[in-house]
Design a protein around this ligand. Structure first.
Ligand SMILES: Nc1nc2c(ncn2[C@@H]2O[C@H](COP(=O)(O)OP(=O)(O)OP(=O)(O)O)[C@@H](O)[C@H]2O)c(=O)[nH]1
Length: 559
């Protein structure tokens, strides 16, 4: 039954919404949200690392662990992250006071995010907010320690958040071509997270023709021990309704709509420009009905937003009981597969009821001793950096693909269980070349970003390109973005493996010319040489005796 609520329900003003970016990854996600444009919602950045914090676009920033880490990151220690946020709890509480819905963006696996996220969620809940957590899980190549730290935090967050939406970075990484490297993979994940946040905000905040409120959202997500299904698509032009639906269903979390077939409640929200027609809505709902069981409760909302122009967006939110999830095998090819990536206690819903975790790409609520997540290859076309071109390519893809419910589930095949950086066409001996057979690569103590020599060379060969991308994102006065820290670590590893001396590396890097976006007036500093890390005439940024212009990884190395 499709329900058309006539009253305004519980829609909330944008001013009651706060988006929190926690840690380095959270700051990048927040930047992405801001770049993509989101009117009204307040942005709050939380970090131990003062350099990353000061580069954040957020209007509000709180330094965590001022006395504990003295402006530095936690070096991957969640206990430090936990203590650091407790030091700033009062400030945090004041910043979250009176908010009805709080989105928390965090990359799990490091110290600040993993250690502080549960406390941030708790404080937000105590202040009466509905907490939606968007968390990324580390790449497989980051090593077991990070994965374990992430899963420990995830278990806590499943209990503390109202909705937990998990993105596996490895899976997100597969949205880009393997050769595009770490930065593009992060960027792809950040774009998807930003889209998801905007879609949920569109659902509950934007006043619509037919409104969906928090009640509806919760009802769509509320089942015991379930995980959230989430898909969002946007399209323009002829057949835009069909195309938008196709795009939403191709979300890795929906498995081409197959995961909706047992859904009990499905929330559907449409948003279009002033030219949105009733005919389009009917067409879209008819197509969607092929993917949703007849007895399902379909909650429908629609909004007109003149800024959408000729675009139409559709957001689908539902949840799938855990038992059902286990039966669903990943679908190959264009669909994305979802495999449980962690073990979770029952998640808790609004008003302390055990509840769901949403995942726009993966939300999980599974049991202890669940299998380790395995990366799967998916063949969704990589979005272009340019939004419009991405939209056009998505449109084209959608229009070329018939919108039909998949009839058969395919058994997972070994073929798509390919590691993120694996080269599918390599000969067998090439694949193994350079791997140290004496080393147990699953050792808990292996360093993050452990790579074979070949992979190390491969990573290194992307560095100039990646640096250009990151350089274009730097803010005035910033010598590096936080992602470059991660990247520079890879560079170090690559150099070490290649047997290069530090000065050989410097020579290579000094040739790089950072690229600015057209029209951007900001001057550029070269990474090495010249007035290091600051503009000429400016004083060094010294904090607690630390020269913050020296990249964090170098400072950490000195210790
Ligand atoms: N999607 C995405 N993930 C990221 C990004 N940067 C880092 N990550 C992931 O987030 C995890 C945590 O990294 P950070 O957020 O930098 O770490 P932190 O929480 O600030 O913790 P410390 O630096 O250890 O204090 C990493 O292991 C990566 O998997 C990013 O820009 N986008």
């Amino acid at each position: 039954m499709i329900e058309f609520p006539q009253d305004s329900q519980n829609t909330i003003p944008t001013s009651s919404v706060k988006i929190v970016g926690l840690g380095g990854a959270g700051a990048n996600m927040l930047d992405r949200v801001a770049l993509d444009g989101l009117d009204g919602a307040e942005l709050l950045a939380l970090n131990t690392d003062i350099r990353t914090l000061s580069g954040s676009v957020a209007g509000e920033r709180i330094q965590l662990g001022r006395n504990l880490t003295k402006g530095l990151g936690t070096g991957g220690d969640p206990d430090l992250g936990n203590q650091a946020v407790l030091e700033a709890e009062d400030e945090l509480r004041a910043a979250l006071k009176g908010r009805k819905i709080v989105f928390i963006c965090v990359g799990l696996g490091g110290g600040t995010g993993s250690g502080a996220a549960p406390i941030v969620a708790r404080v937000a809940r105590e202040e009466g907010a509905f907490v939606v957590m968007f968390a990324t899980m580390p790449f497989v190549f980051e090593g077991r320690r990070r994965r374990e730290q992430a899963e420990t935090a995830l278990n806590e967050l499943a209990v503390l958040s109202n909705a937990l939406v998990t993105f596996d970075n490895s899976r997100m990484g597969e949205l880009v071509l393997a050769k595009q490297g770490i930065h593009e993979a992060f960027a792809a994940a950040d774009r998807m997270i930003s889209e998801s946040i905007k879609a949920v905000i569109r659902l509950v905040v934007r006043p619509g023709l037919i409104n969906i409120g928090l009640d509806d959202l919760m009802s769509a997500l509320r089942t015991t021990r379930s995980r959230c299904l989430f898909g969002s698509g946007i399209a323009r032009g002829k057949d835009r309704a069909q195309k938008a639906l196709r795009n939403a269903l191709s979300s890795p979390l929906l498995d081409e709509g197959a995961l909706l077939e047992d859904a009990e409640t499905v929330l559907v929200h449409l948003c279009g420009g002033e030219d949105l027609t009733l005919f389009e809505i009917e067409l879209l709902m008819e197509s969607l009905s092929k993917f949703v069981p007849k007895k399902a409760h379909v909650l429908f909302g629609a909004a007109i937003d003149p800024s959408m122009n000729d675009q139409l967006s559709i957001t689908l939110v539902s949840s799938l009981p855990e038992e059902r999830l286990r039966q669903v095998q990943p679908r190959g090819e264009a669909g994305a597969a979802i495999a449980p990536t962690s073990t979770l206690e029952p998640s808790v819903g609004f008003d302390a009821e055990p509840e769901t975790e949403p995942e726009p790409d993966v939300v999980e609520a599974v049991e202890e001793q669940a299998p380790e997540p395995e990366p799967e290859r998916i063949s969704i076309k990589a979005p272009e950096v340019d939004d419009d071109s991405w939209l056009q390519s998505a449109d084209k893809e959608a229009s070329e693909t018939p919108l039909e419910k998949p009839e058969e589930k395919k058994e997972p095949s070994d073929e798509k269980e390919t590691e993120f950086f694996a080269e599918p066409e390599l000969e067998e001996d090439e694949e193994t070349e350079g791997i140290d057979s004496d080393k147990d690569v699953t050792e808990p103590d292996e360093p993050p970003f452990a790579e074979s020599d070949e992979e190390a060379k491969e990573t290194k060969s992307h560095i100039p390109e990646l640096n250009k991308v990151e350089a274009a994102k730097r803010k005035p006065g910033e010598t590096k973005t936080s992602s470059e820290d991660v990247f520079e670590s890879s560079l170090d590893d690559a150099d070490e493996k290649a047997g290069n001396k530090p000065d050989e590396k410097s020579d290579e890097k000094s040739d790089e010319k950072p690229v600015r976006k057209p029209g951007d007036p900001q001057a550029e500093l070269s990474f090495e040489g010249g007035p290091r890390g600051r503009f000429e005439g400016a004083s060094p940024s010294v904090f607690e005796g630390e020269d913050l212009d020296v990249p964090a990884f170098l400072r950490k190395k000195k210790k």
